[in-house]
Design a protein around this ligand. Structure first.
Ligand SMILES: Nc1ncnc2c1ncn2[C@@H]1O[C@H](COP(=O)(O)OP(=O)(O)OP(=O)(O)O)[C@@H](O)[C@H]1O
Ligand SMILES: [Mg+2]
Length: 341
C-alpha cells in the first residue's frame, strides 16, 4: 500500500474565546447545537482521524458547515487544531517554527481556490510564476517553468493574457497551473471546480485525473458534488457536524453506507456505474459453459448490458482468471437497492 502522506490524528477544532474549555464540554457529550446555544462556541471538527496516502485523490464531502474547509485548512496550518495532531510524511507540522512553516507552505503544499484568486494586473505567466518569484527563483527561469505548467493545463498561447480576458474555466486552469508550478507534493483544492459550468467542470475533472496520473501528486479535494467525488476520489470522507461519518472508496460507501446520513447522501447516485460485479457475485451459483463472462472489476452497468443481450446469468471472473461466482438480474437489482433505506 502507498505510504501515508497526511495523517490526521484525533483532530478537534472549536471556534470561540475558550476553545479548550468548550472542547472539554464536547468530550463530555455536548453536541454542536448545544455548544453553540449554551456557550456561543462553534464546533468545527470533533475527533477526526484519517490517513491520506501518497499519490491518491482524497475527497472530502459533507453539507455546508460540516467542517470541510476547516479540515483542509489544517493541512497547511492556516488553522491550528484545538486538539490532536497533523503529521505530514510522519512530521508533526504543529511543531514547525515560522521559518520551517513558511518553507513547508511554499514547497510541500499548494492551495487551489474556488474563486481562482488570480492577480488581475499580472499576466497568466506571471500569475503562474508568482510563487516561484516569491521563492527567489530568477525571473527567466520562473517564467520558463510557468510555461511548462501552462502547457500542461492546455493554455499555451495565453501566457501574455490578463485574467479578465479569460473565461472562468480558463482562469481555473491558471489557478491549477500556479499550484502545479510550485512543484508541491500535495494540492489542496477547496471546491476548486464549483464555480464552473457543468461542461467545463467535467473537462477540468478529466484533466485533473490525467495530470494526477502523470504527476503522481497527492490531491485533497473538497466538493459538494457526489458525481465529482466518485469520479475523482480514490477515497472519500464524509463529514457531518464536524465528525467523520465514513471514509472509504466510492464503491465501499455506496455498498455499505455507515449510517442514515451517509445513505441519504449517496441515495441519488447512479450506483450501477460505481458498484463492481466482483463484490456481488454469488459463489454458489453455477453457470452454463456458454454463459457470458464478465470481469470482477466491471461495473454492474456492464452486467446489465449482458442481461440485455438475453443471458439469464453471467459468470464473474476474478483477477486470477477463475470464475468467482455469478450474477442474475435479480441479484444485481438487490445490490442496487441495498443501502437505499
Ligand atoms: N473562523 C471561524 N470562526 C467561527 N466559526 C467558524 C470559523 N470558520 C468556520 N467556522 C464554523 O465551523 C463550521 C465548519 O465550517 P466550514 O467552513 O469548515 O464548513 P464547510 O463544510 O467548508 O462548509 P461549506 O460547504 O459551506 O464551505 C461551521 O459551523 C462554521 O460556521
Ligand atoms: Mg467550505
Amino acid at each position: 500500500m502507498r505510504p501515508v502522506k497526511i495523517r490526521v490524528e484525533n483532530v478537534s477544532k472549536v471556534f470561540g474565546r475558550d476553545p479548550a474549555g468548550a472542547l472539554a464540554k464536547v468530550r463530555a457529550g455536548m453536541d454542536k447545537g448545544q455548544l453553540k446555544a449554551e456557550t456561543d462556541h462553534v464546533l468545527g471538527l470533533h475527533d477526526v482521524t484519517l490517513d491520506i496516502r501518497a499519490g491518491e485523490t482524497f475527497v472530502i464531502m459533507g453539507l455546508s458547515g460540516s467542517g470541510k474547509s476547516t479540515l483542509i485548512r489544517h493541512f497547511n496550518r492556516l488553522i491550528e487544531p484545538t486538539g490532536g495532531r497533523i503529521l505530514f510524511d510522519g512530521d508533526d507540522i504543529l511543531k514547525y517554527d515560522a521559518a520551517r512553516l513558511q518553507a513547508f507552505r511554499r514547497r510541500k503544499v499548494a492551495m487551489v481556490f474556488q474563486r481562482f484568486a488570480l492577480l488581475p494586473h499580472r499576466t497568466v505567466a506571471e500569475n503562474v510564476a508568482y510563487g516561484l518569484f516569491l521563492d527567489g527563483v530568477p525571473r527567466a527561469e520562473a517564467l520558463r517553468r510557468a510555461g511548462e505548467q501552462i502547457a500542461l493545463v492546455g493554455l499555451s498561447g495565453f501566457e501574455g493574457s490578463y485574467p479578465a480576458q479569460l473565461s472562468g474555466g480558463m482562469q481555473q486552469r491558471v489557478g491549477l497551473a500556479r499550484a502545479l508550478a510550485t512543484d508541491a507534493e500535495v494540492l489542496l483544492m477547496d471546491e476548486a471546480f464549483s464555480a464552473l459550468d457543468p461542461l467545463i467542470r467535467h473537462d477540468m475533472q478529466v484533466q485533473l485525473k490525467e495530470l494526477q496520473a502523470r504527476l503522481g501528486k497527492t490531491i485533497v479535494f473538497i466538493t459538494h458534488d457526489l458525481d465529482e467525488a466518485l469520479m475523482l476520489g480514490d477515497h472519500i470522507a464524509i463529514l457531518k457536524d464536524g465528525t467523520l461519518r465514513q471514509v472509504g472508496t466510492g464503491a465501499e460507501i455506496l455498498a455499505r453506507p455507515a449510517d442514515d446520513y451517509v445513505a441519504r447522501f449517496v441515495r441519488d447516485v447512479n450506483r450501477s456505474r460505481i458498484l463492481l460485479c466482483g463484490a456481488f457475485a454469488d459463489a454458489g451459483l453455477s453457470t452454463a459453459p456458454d454463459a457470458p463472462v464478465i470481469g470482477a472489476e466491471a461495473t454492474l452497468e456492464a452486467a446489465f448490458a449482458a442481461f440485455a443481450g438475453g443471458a439469464p446469468v453471467v459468470a464473474v471472473r476474478d483477477g486470477d482468471g477463475r470464475i468467482a461466482g455469478a450474477l442474475t438480474p435479480q441479484r444485481v437489482m438487490e445490490a442496487l437497492a441495498r443501502g437505499q433505506g
